[in-house]
Design a protein. Structure first.
Length: 381
């Protein structure tokens, strides 16, 4: 029977949006020796997380429906954490979700109507771009300065703009946006009746004496977080966001429709990680990233790379004569190095190098191989 009249949605018609899946299917693990794409740290979660999962398996309520916004104990602990972070209570609601990517989609569905515009700063996080397309809104990409900072004074907000998205520390840039700059963006957005969404997935990963930005408000701002990075729970898919309480009804309806609620096992694990991982403990683990960072910096600094002060990435320029897709293919086949192409982030002449998941021994080997690979790319431009 012919299926020639059947078709799929055109929401994801752009080639870039499906590249990650196609890439992994094409290359798999057969040629990968050094995987420099992983957005996860090298450490494991506390042993209390395993214990919490085991205990959760024995609870009847684990296998039943629960509160849409999440476990009350976890919600309260997150509330305390946010009060401490912002030095006061901003009075906002907390929604626990199945990872911050799902949380971002919830936010778009709550705040935007089809055809609305969402401002993303280049280089943008590719999942934000794709989520905009899924939600039927138009991503409007705005350039940053030479150090990947957004410039409020040059930001053109149209009548169709519904929200502005920033990521700090940036992915892929690693750029930390200061609290003062976030405040300036917020003031501009609030004056124009536009929401500001701040994605802080890598909030604890800062270097060179830099502290992550700390900004929220009772209205006009939504802060987005994850347990995937600092707490190393990426596989359990749990995150959260805080938002003004007058959006509660809509947020609950969206969450109930998409996920019902985050997995109970994952939430119990997150609760244990939160209780057993002090800020000082996380900072100590982040400090163990420093030698890895410096080893890779010695390699990428030769190519006018911005010295990222956050995250665990370097966004490395490559010759304009070669596309980032071709560079990725060359690196994996010739050197066994897997990296993400800059095209995924809206900048085709860059590669994103992630060193977070490597052991110190792997770091040294991978950096040595990357040194050879980048030298060849630039010598043959």
């Amino acid at each position: 029977m012919s299926t020639s009249n059947l078709s799929s949605s055109n929401r994801l018609s752009l080639e870039e949006t499906s590249w990650v899946t196609q890439f992994l299917e094409t290359y798999g693990q057969e040629n990968v020796i050094y995987n420099l794409t992983m957005g996860t740290p090298f450490w494991s979660p506390p042993t209390s997380v395993q214990q919490a999962i085991i205990q959760s398996c024995g609870l009847t309520e684990t296998y039943r429906y629960g509160a849409t916004c999440g476990l009350s104990q976890l919600e309260k602990e997150i509330g305390k954490l946010l009060d401490l972070k912002f030095a006061s209570s901003c009075g906002n609601e907390v929604m626990i979700c199945s990872g911050s990517n799902q949380g971002f989609l919830n936010i778009l569905l709550c705040l935007c109507s089809p055809g609305d515009e969402v401002i993303l700063f280049r280089p943008y996080y590719f999942s934000h771009y794709t989520a905009c397309l899924l939600a039927g809104v138009k991503p409007v990409v705005v350039d940053t300065d030479s150090e990947f900072l957004p410039q409020p004074q040059g930001l053109r907000i149209s009548v169709n703009t519904k929200l502005v998205v920033v990521v700090s520390p940036g992915n892929p840039s690693g750029r930390v946006i200061s609290t003062d700059l976030l405040r300036s963006l917020y003031q501009l957005c609030f004056q124009r009746g536009v929401w500001l969404v701040i994605d802080e997935a890598y909030e604890h990963f800062t270097f060179d004496g830099m502290e992550n930005s700390c900004f929220s408000a009772t209205d006009g701002v939504i802060n987005l977080y994850t347990f995937s990075k600092s707490y190393s729970l990426a596989g359990l898919r749990v995150g959260y966001f805080c938002y003004p309480n007058y959006l509660r009804k809509s947020m609950l309806e969206i969450q109930d429709t998409i996920a019902t609620h985050a997995c109970h096992l994952a939430q119990h694990a997150a609760l244990a990680a939160l209780r057993d991982s002090s800020k000082e403990c996380i900072q100590n683990q982040v400090q163990e990233m420093v030698p890895r960072r410096e080893i890779f910096w010695q390699v990428v600094s030769k190519y006018n790379t911005y010295r990222a002060n956050g995250g665990f990435f370097f966004f490395v320029p490559i010759p304009k004569s070669i596309s980032s897709y071709d560079a990725v293919s060359y690196l994996i086949h010739k050197y066994g190095i897997l990296v993400f192409p800059g095209q995924l982030f809206g900048m085709p002449n860059y590669l994103r190098i992630s060193y977070g998941s490597l052991s110190l021994h792997e770091t040294k080997e991978a950096a040595n191989q990357l040194n050879k690979a980048l030298a060849t790319l630039w010598d043959n431009r």
